[in-house]
Unconditional design. Structure first.
Length: 71
């Protein structure tokens, strides 16, 4: 449903989705402002960001996404 839209294209003023980057070993906060500031890392497809924010390794496999920086 959201596959063709990126975080920067959300119609609301702001959105915040939290995920954890295993490679960088830090939380990732996906928002419209971050997607404008560092688009290589934070302007991901909305379906990926929502899936990564709701991943529970016991029940669902973690989402794997490789951006241009390999993070």
């Amino acid at each position: 449903m959201y596959g063709k839209y990126n975080v920067s294209e959300v119609l609301t003023d702001e959105i915040l989705l939290m995920a954890y980057s295993f490679n960088a070993q830090e939380p990732r906060l996906y928002s419209k402002s971050a997607s404008r500031g560092i688009p290589d890392i934070f302007n991901v497809p909305l379906s990926w960001a929502t899936g990564a924010s709701s991943a529970t390794p016991v029940y669902f496999d973690p989402k794997v996404y490789n951006n241009s920086k390999g993070e």
